[in-house]
Design a protein around this ligand. Sequence first.
Ligand code: FAD
Ligand code: NAI
Length: 462
Amino acid sequence: MANYDVIIIGGGPGGYVCAIRCAQLGLKTACVEGRDTLGGTCLNVGCIPSKALLHASHMLHEAEHNFAKMGLKGKSPSVDWPQMLAYKDDVIGQNTKGIEFLFKKNKVDWLKGWGSIPEAGKVKVGDEVHEAKAIVIATGSESSDLPGVEVDEKTVVTSTGALALGKVPRTMVVIGAGVIGLEMGSVYARLGTDVTVVEFLDQITPGMDLEICKTFQRTLKKQGLKFIMGAAVQSVTKQRAKAKVTYKLRKNDKEDTLDADVVLVATGRRPYTEGLGLEALGVTVFPRGQIQTNDHWETDVKGIYAIGDAIEGPMLAHKAEDEGMAVAEVIAGRKGHVNYGVIPGVIYTAPEVASVGKTEETLKEEGRAYKVGKFSFMGNGRAKAMFAGDGFVKILADAETDRILGAHILGPSAGELIHELCVAMEFGASAQDIALTCHAHPTCSEAVREAALACGDGAIHS
Ligand code: FAD
Ligand code: NAI
C-alpha cells in the first residue's frame, strides 16, 4: 500500500496525459492500467493502429493509381498482409513503450492491474489498497452492442478485430457509416476488398456539415465503396466462415440480405466503467453510461474526478488529453480550461475530412446570420500536383463581425490545415485576419487563405 496525491485509473490518452501533468505539477502520482501496455484504446487498438493501416493502404493506392502518371513505372507492389500487420504492431509498440518511458522520466508509478474504488480516497488494485487525495477515472470506452449481432472478432468484428484480421477479406459489410466504418472501410477497399457500408440514417458521418458529407460520400463511392443508406440491420447470422447481414430499408420496410466474409460492426462506442464500484460510491451516471461531472470534471463524490470517453462530449483522444491536463491543473489548485467550442474532428481517409466549430446546419438552427467562404482544391497548384484536387475548404463567419464560427475541409492534409483555423478561433479572429496573413506558395494552406478571402471580396484563384 502506498499513499499518493493522485491516482488515475486508466492509462489511455486521458489518463496518461493527466498523470504526466500531475507529476510535472509536483503531485505524487500513480496510474492504474490493466492492459499489458500503456496508451489505452488510442495507442493499442484505435487511433495509432488504424492510422498505420490507412497510411500503408494509401501508399498502395498511390502506387496503383498515380505512380505511372508521374512516370514512375514498374510492377505495382503486392500486399504482404502479415508484414503490414507487423508494421502496424511495431508502430503500436514504439508508441506504448514511449509512454512507459515518459512515466519513468516523470516519476509516475504504473500500478499494473484492474482498479476499483472501494471508497472515496481509496483505489484497490489486485489485493492492494492505495490511498489518494484525488482519484481520476479515465477508463475510456468500448464498442456498443448491436441487438441481433454477436461479435466473435473473426468473422463478425468490432474495430479491434478489424485491425488484426487473419487475411484480407474478399467481401466486407460495414455496419455504420461513422468514423470507424469509413476509415476501416477505406483501408480494406484499397487492399482490394469489396466493401458495402450499411447506414441507418440517410447521410454518412451524422453531425458533420451536410455539404461536406455529400461530397465526401461521392468521393468514397468513386473509390469503390458501396453504400446502402436508410437501412436498419436486423441481424447477422454466421454460416461457417461467412456471415449474412439482414437489413430493412426504412422508407418501405423492404427486407434484404448481404453475404460477406467479414462484417464490421461500427455503430458507436459507450463508456467503460465496469467494476469500478460507481453505484456503491454514489457517482451519478447518465442513462447512456457517461459519468456526470461538473465544470471542474469532479463527480458528485468529492475528490473523484472523471475525464475522456468515460464522460460526455466527443469521444476523441485529443479531447481526453485536454481534459487530462485541465483536471491535473484543478487538482493542483490551479485553473483548468477546455474550450469545447474549438475541438477539431478529423477523419483520416484520403482525402481527409476535418472540421471545427459550427456547421451551416447548427447556425441555421440557431438563427445566426453567417456568410460562407469556399475554395476548391482544384484551384490549388500544390494539391493538383498531388492528384488531390477533390474537395474544398469552407469557412463560416459571422455576417456582421466576420468572426470565424466554423470551418470544414475535405482535401489533402485537411487534418493538419484545420489547426490554423482552430488557433484563429481561439484568438477570436475574423476571416479577414486569415485573408491578410501571408501564406507560403505553393502549399495546401493557400486554399484556407482563399476560402477566407472568399468570405470578403472574393478568392483570387476561383
Ligand atoms: P481509453 O483510450 O479507452 O483508455 C482507457 C484505458 O483504461 C484502457 O487502456 C483500459 O484498459 C483502462 N481501464 C479501464 N478500466 C480500468 C480499470 N478498472 N482499471 C485499470 N485500467 C482500466 N480518436 C481520435 O482523436 N483520433 C483518431 O484517429 C481516433 N481513431 C480511433 C480509431 C478506433 C478504431 C477507435 C476504436 C477509436 C479511435 N479514436 C480516435 C477514439 C480514441 O481512441 C478515444 O477517444 C480515446 O482513446 C479516449 O481516451 P481515454 O483515455 O478516455 O480512454
Ligand atoms: P460513430 O458514432 O462515428 O458512427 C456510428 C454510425 O453508425 C452512425 O452513422 C450511426 O447512424 C450508425 N448506426 C447506428 N446504429 C446503426 C444500425 N443499427 N444500423 C446501421 N447503422 C447504424 O461511431 P463509430 O464509427 O463506431 O466510432 C466511435 C467513436 O470513435 C466515435 O465517437 C469517434 O469519435 C471515435 N473515432 C474517432 C476517429 C477519428 O477521430 N478519426 C476514428 C475512429 C473512431
